[in-house]
Design a protein around this ligand. Sequence first.
Ligand SMILES: Nc1ncnc2c1ncn2[C@@H]1O[C@H](COP(=O)(O)OP(=O)(O)O)[C@@H](O)[C@H]1O
Ligand SMILES: [Mg+2]
Length: 366
Amino acid sequence: MSSNGRLTATQSEQSETIWVEKYRPRELDEIVAHDEIRGTLRRLIAERTLPHLLFYGPPGTGKTTAILACAREMFGAQFKTMVLELNASDDRGIDVVREQIKTFASTRHIYALKAGIKLVILDEADAMTSAAQAALRRIMEKYTSNIRFCLICNYANKIIPAIQSRCTRFRFQPVPVAQMIQRLEYIADREGVPVDRAAFDALARIAQGDMRRAIYLMQSTFLASASARVTEDGVYANAGMPSPADLHAIAQILLYDPFAQAFCKISEIKKGKGFALLDMIHGLHEAVMLMELSPKVKAFLFEQLANMEWRLVSATSERIQLAALVGIFRLAASMIDDSESGMDPKAAAAVEKLVQGAGYDQTQHG
Ligand SMILES: Nc1ncnc2c1ncn2[C@@H]1O[C@H](COP(=O)(O)OP(=O)(O)O)[C@@H](O)[C@H]1O
Ligand SMILES: [Mg+2]
């Protein structure tokens, strides 16, 4: 579990001071979203028919939390002796895993005889090679009478079919915005930390369904704030992500400034605030969505932004791509009106719309 936390602290320190750990739900009912998964797990536990499990989905959605809560429910105070937690990405390899499972399986515990089964949790199972997974499959087979496995991973398709078919699969979706904010409110309330409404929205927007990221960001913003308050600006600054206000400024420059000037200004903003070009592209994509532009211009911008995203994740030069970004907006502006260079009424209306969408007062164009 400690591999999930980015701050370095001992386990016990973590559970007291790091909100992500402090507010890790201990019971299934405390987990937000995933109603169906919780219902199914609860039934399987009650009927004592727990199969091998495969939990998959994006990070920070509650996979580890859910299986630990199940284990607590099944084993209560015996938790420690009945559960073996392993991390498959541990580079000691499948032989070490095999040995650990063997020892664990053969340790006869009074409670185990009564309860029947023990639980092995194998986190980051998709980090295993197929050869290691094939070995794991044999281990699962061998100990199936007294051990249940819960494999956890991000992508189910990275698990070999022979294992997949032996497991009941549960897909963990990104945590929906409403439930995420509700949980953040609960934590802020318990900690007595004032959090602005817009800051909750910003946290949810940046986290993209990753609850760990949202909680972590809320705490780090709070720790970094001079006013002991979590604000929208604080959240964006802490995440190093462009805020709606930043995007507004950037969009204005892109739409109105001549090429060389736009390039310099945006370079400066990017450097000064430490933005990644990829985050700016994602933000601009949302911004363009809100703009009142002709379908043709919008389609052009979307396609170009998508190409740019693709190029950026293939590790091309940010400087060259930034110039390309300025270029595509210059082209879009000329598509809007190729007779005037700057203050085209349609472009002005588009910016106004963007400003309204972002919830900011309009300032004069630079
Ligand atoms: N569904 C959820 N409900 C409440 N808290 C959650 C949920 N998902 C994640 N969290 C929070 O995020 C942290 C990390 O969750 P975890 O279960 O480890 O995610 P992962 O899906 O990556 O295994 C937890 O300690 C908890 O604070
Ligand atoms: Mg996990």
